[in-house]
Design a protein around this ligand. Structure first.
Ligand SMILES: [Zn+2]
Length: 194
């Protein structure tokens, strides 16, 4: 078998992996919702691209958002290469989303930075059996219509904290709680009148 000497994706990545060494030509991939919806991962090219995607273009992220301000969204950088006949793709995602604080329900802005590497295999079985030893790597099934937009959205959803809360001192609920602990203003007034 051709890949006998390959034990893991990590090992593959340790070998120099830049696109210059790829036998396939570099092709720029436009980073926008329509071009990411169907990426031909079987094409003999290595994709490269960078661009910004707004929250509104990620339906599940939009549903998670407590509010959307201008500038909320994610800058996505794509770098593809081939090794041993398999396409690889590194995705760097960086940006901001506002989700509800689980204590006061007010929006809280989260800055996220995610990096993931996909290796593309021919079948579901091959992808399931591909040895992985790192969380930031994932085996996918290569197709002519790989939904990279959805894959990026998945990564962002996975990176969201389960029970996000404002830092102490910035939470609205905490301030309300503090107000309640203050002396009753009528009592204060009474005392002043004495
Ligand atoms: Zn809060």
């Amino acid at each position: 078998m051709m890949f006998d000497n390959v034990n893991s994706l990590n090992e593959l990545q340790n070998v120099d992996r830049m696109t210059q060494n790829s036998p396939y030509p570099i092709q720029s991939l436009e980073i926008n919702p329509s071009s990411l919806l169907r990426v031909d991962m079987l094409a003999p090219v290595s994709y490269q691209g960078e661009g910004f995607i707004q929250i509104a273009d990620f339906p599940r992220l939009l549903a998670e958002s407590a509010s959307v301000s201008p500038g909320d969204g994610f800058d996505c950088q794509i770098l593809g290469w081939h090794r041993d006949g398999r396409p690889f793709m590194e995705v760097k995602i960086r940006g901001r989303i506002a989700i509800a604080c689980q204590r006061c329900l007010d929006p809280m802005a989260l800055e996220l930075e995610i990096q993931k590497t996909y290796v593309f295999l021919r079948t579901e079985v091959e992808a399931d059996q591909f040895p992985m030893d790192r969380d930031d790597e994932e085996a996918m099934v290569a197709s002519t219509h790989f939904n990279l937009l959805e894959a990026i959205e998945d990564e962002i959803l996975l990176a969201l904290p389960h029970a996000p809360k404002h830092p102490v001192g910035q939470c609205q609920l905490r301030q309300i709680g503090a107000d309640l602990e203050k002396p009753n203003p009528f009592k204060v007034l009474k005392n002043l009148k004495k």
